[in-house]
Design a protein around this ligand. Structure first.
Ligand code: TRP
Length: 477
């Protein structure tokens, strides 16, 4: 198994051994697994970033927030907050070459900062586990929809009929459990195989496939949909439609879509070679993620408009509105199926990065083997996911809600709105304030002008931006 780290099998407490740690350039730490090429790292990180967030969430929140102006704010947030925080995460992982928990431990020590900072690693492991427990269920909807589309369920279906198909699926705990289980097994099976033989092998196949499928769908929308209206919807900046709330949604999403704040990107960075440039890699990852979100919008909105449907339908946009559009169009059965396969691929390559921080820690500390760790984390997440499944049916009633939220809403809220922004805030504060500037200078190797820009962003802009998302999420703003 070329992908698993040889270090995982040595009984050796690396994180606490500062003598070896100080020597990490010298070869000891090369025991930690590495991507085989820079491209492999890029594809894995793009795979993590491009997910349900891009194809399912971005189009519907754009629809809910009126289109163009929202998109512009989102792009600004990616540039001003997302990119600096992503650079920080990759840099920390690459410097320490360990799991996020040990990375924060060891770098806090190196930088003379408090041991408190390792909370970033712990909260990330926990957030990943929470997110996976609902991500897997939603990805399961997409899997069920591959079968529905392919078998012609949506052909010439009415809006109400499509709503009934969706209601029938989420109202059926058994069907949801089957797909949730299948998706979890697919995810764990990849992580269990390790970095090179598992994650890398998967993303090298899936990411090009995803791009091709997306381009096919955009071409279809160009030919058969109202492409001009879709384009205008995404890119006409009508600021009258922009509320304070939209700005905060855009900022939160910029964060979620880049997989920031929980160590997923940090752990991927830890497998990166020492001689590759972090800044330009991160720039390309962020651009790729953004381009995919915009292309997804360009695949979806023209079809929605061509069929006189509503772009502001909310979470049902992709699962109710879009199938109606496909159902009404020539070739819709085929292209609809392609769309849902794409959604599954996007979700799969993201889900693996939700498990990796915890698995990396358990196997690096030799608490258990990578294979065991992967299945165990998957099992816990799967069990917690049963609650997600039930929150759409048996537990959907008010008597099961806490603060007006179902179990699913609660987990989504806690992880996406609280833990991720908080993790990101701490990462920015650690790099910008707790650690010395020399750490970032050494690791990033930027020209002084570019470095100053990064420094300004990571010390001031990003923490303020993230603090605003966070305070808003907990109701203090
Ligand atoms: N970026 C993923 C998406 O857009 C979701 C996500 C958020 C994520 N945080 C993550 C994925 C951390 C992996 C790891 O769908």
């Amino acid at each position: 198994d070329a992908g698993s780290t040889p270090a995982a099998s040595t009984k050796y407490d690396r994180a606490d051994d500062s003598a070896r740690y100080n020597n990490y350039e010298g070869g000891v730490m090369s025991l930690h697994a590495q991507w085989s090429t820079r491209l492999a790292f890029m594809l894995a990180a793009i795979g993590s970033a491009v997910g349900l967030g891009n194809v399912w969430k971005f189009p519907y929140i754009t629809g809910e927030n009126g289109g163009g102006a929202f998109v512009l704010v989102y792009l600004l947030c990616i540039a001003l907050i997302g990119i600096p925080v992503m650079i920080a995460e990759v840099m920390l992982g690459r410097r320490a070459q360990r799991s996020p928990i040990s990375t924060m431990q060891v770098l806090a020590k190196e930088q003379g900062a408090s041991g408190f900072w390792q909370i970033v690693g712990w909260s990330g492991v926990f957030a990943g586990f929470l997110i996976l427990s609902f991500y897997s269920v939603i990805a399961g909807w997409a899997m069920a929809y591959v079968i529905e589309s392919a078998s012609g369920t949506f052909n010439a279906i009415s809006g109400d009929g499509s709503g009934d198909v969706f209601g029938g699926l989420i109202g059926d705990p058994q069907r949801l459990m089957i797909w949730h289980t299948l998706f979890m097994i697919m995810t764990v099976a990849v992580v269990a195989r390790g970095i090179r033989a598992g994650i890398e092998k998967l993303v090298v196949i899936l990411m090009p496939l995803l791009l091709v499928m997306l381009l096919i769908l955009v071409a279809y929308a160009f030919n058969s949909g109202e492409f001009g209206r879709g384009l205008a919807y995404l890119f006409s900046f009508d600021f009258s439609k922009l509320s304070t709330d939209s700005i905060i949604v855009a900022m939160g999403h910029a964060f979620f879509t880049l997989s920031l704040g929980m160590g997923a990107i940090m752990v991927y960075g830890s497998y990166m070679q020492k001689n590759t440039s972090i800044g330009s890699s991160v720039l390309m990852i962020a651009i790729a993620d953004t381009v995919v979100a915009l292309l997804a919008g360009l695949a979806i909105f023209p079809l929605v408009f061509a069929n006189g449907l509503e772009p502001g339908a909310g979470p049902g946009l992709v699962f109710v509105t879009l199938p109606t559009a496909f159902g009404a169009m020539p070739g819709g059965q085929f292209f609809g199926t392609v769309f849902f396969v794409l959604l599954v691929i996007a979700a799969w390559s993201s889900a693996i990065s939700l498990v990796e921080p915890a698995v990396a820690w358990l196997s690096e500390r030799d608490i258990m083997s990578r294979v065991r760790a992967s299945w165990m984390i998957g099992l816990f997440s799967w069990i917690l996911g049963i609650g997600t499944v039930l929150s759409f049916n048996l537990w959907s009633g008010d008597e099961y809600k806490v603060m007006g939220k179902t179990f699913f809403d609660l987990k989504d809220y806690l992880a996406s709105n609280i833990m991720l922004p908080l993790g990101g805030l701490l990462i920015a504060l650690f790099v910008g304030w707790a650690a010395k500037a020399s750490m970032s200078k050494d690791e990033l190797n930027l020209s002084s002008g570019t470095f100053n820009l990064f420094w300004l962003a990571i010390r001031f802009v990003a923490p303020l931006g993230v603090a605003i998302i966070f305070l808003n999420a907990v109701g203090l703003l």
